[in-house]
Design a protein around this ligand. Structure first.
Ligand code: NAD
Ligand code: UGA
Length: 322
């Protein structure tokens, strides 16, 4: 088990859950993010369960800058989740920020970590590295042909991290976890499941991109946290899929949202968006084998928990990444 963990992107959706779980396990956590929980409502909400807890500290840092490397002192594990996520907005003018947060910042993290001789790094990758698939499960050996600029930056994230791990002076082993569309409490509010449930509860109508027949391997946040923790305790290197192993269409998600809430999900038809792959589905055999990890939460159970959380929120703060 690690003892001091640096979690980058800790003020985000996945990062906040990972930080909470590490603190619950008794580890020392240094959370690093460019969003300051004191001034950013989403960051404050995501870290609310750990701020002030023994063993928890926060550093407001832009990882694409230099001069923050001392936060790594005494650390045995880095969980690098910081990135600009989201497939659809990664075209056009915003690409500069994707390149800075997903490519430059990753190079800075890896350079500093290998120099500091950190033994273990977990890097967040994404199902978006695969691109268009035939709907069959993708093992890690599937050719990577990202369909979006975002997917290309996540492939670069992996490649940079793995190249650093192979440097002659490196003592660092790197696992790149390819997360598949993650949902659950505090999900980013640009994503489908939270939007669909909120729309059913009377929020804004759901923009429905394309015909809604596109499918995703929706993966519940607690399963993603478990896989991430398991990876910190292992020395497995290279890419590892983290997906629930079930494909569900957007229309089916809307049906489940309607069944759970008893309300219609109002939709606003929108054109299909470039980069939005028709299907994702993980072959997670490698994660089963090397991490002894199996997903436990099915979609209806996970959406019920997500809904229960949404119902406790009076106002959901706007997310800067939306
Ligand atoms: P998020 O936006 O909620 O969290 C990312 C955090 O990284 C944010 O708090 C942001 O402020 C921080 N960050 C970005 N650039 C930074 C920089 N230059 N310096 C410091 N902090 C920076 O996103 P998330 O959904 O929690 O995703 C976390 C990671 O998982 C990302 O790497 C994303 O690409 C990956 N991922 C997410 C999903 C998903 O479905 N949510 C699926 C696949 C992969
Ligand atoms: C998600 C994350 O946003 C990415 O950061 C991540 O890298 C990716 O998962 C991944 O698995 O790698 P995405 O699959 O697009 O990307 O997840 P959602 O935003 O939840 O979208 C799922 C589907 O619902 C997409 O086909 C999208 O077109 C559709 N959708 C989404 C809508 O029709 N309307 C919306 O308002 C949002």
């Amino acid at each position: 088990m690690p003892s001091r963990v640096v979690v980058t992107g800790a003020a985000g959706f996945i990062g906040g859950h990972v930080a909470r779980r590490l603190i619950a396990e008794g580890m020392e956590v240094c959370a690093v993010d460019r969003r300051d929980p004191e001034h950013d409502l989403v960051a404050g909400r995501n870290l609310s369960e750990v701020l002030g807890k023994p063993g928890f500290s926060f550093q407001c840092v832009d990882l694409a800058d230099r001069g923050w490397e001392s936060v790594l002192r005494g650390t045995d594990t880095v969980i690098h989740l910081a990135a600009l996520p989201g497939v659809r907005p990664s075209w056009g003018a915003r690409f500069d920020e994707y390149a800075t947060c997903n490519v430059i910042a990753t190079q800075r993290v890896m350079d500093a970590s290998v120099t500091a001789r950190i033994p273990r790094i977990i890097v967040a990758s994404s199902s978006s590295v695969y691109g268009r698939t035939d709907g069959h499960p993708s093992p890690e050996t599937t050719p990577t042909r990202p369909l979006s600029p975002y997917g290309a930056t996540k492939l670069a994230t992996e490649a940079i991290a793995l190249a650093y791990a192979q440097r002659h002076d490196s003592v660092t082993s790197v696992a790149a976890l390819r997360y598949f569309t993650v949902y659950g409490p505090r999900q980013r509010n640009d994503m489908l499941i939270g939007r669909a449930l909120s729309a059913a509860l009377g929020g804004a109508p759901l923009p429905l991109y394309g015909n809604g027949e596109q499918s995703r391997d929706f993966t519940y946040i607690d399963d993603v946290v478990e896989a991430t923790l398991a990876a910190t305790c292992s020395r497995v290197s290279g890419a590892v899929n983290v997906g629930a192993g079930t494909a569900t269409s957007v229309r089916e998600v809307l049906r489940v949202a309607e069944q759970l809430t008893g309300c219609r999900v109002p939709t606003k038809p929108m054109s299909a968006v470039d980069g939005d792959t028709p299907a994702t589905l993980a072959d997670s055999a490698r994660a089963h084998g090397v991490l002894a990890w199996r997903p436990r939460v099915d979609l209806v159970t996970g959406m019920r928990r997500h809904l229960a959380w949404l119902q406790t929120q009076s106002v959901v703060p706007a997310d800067a990444t939306a």
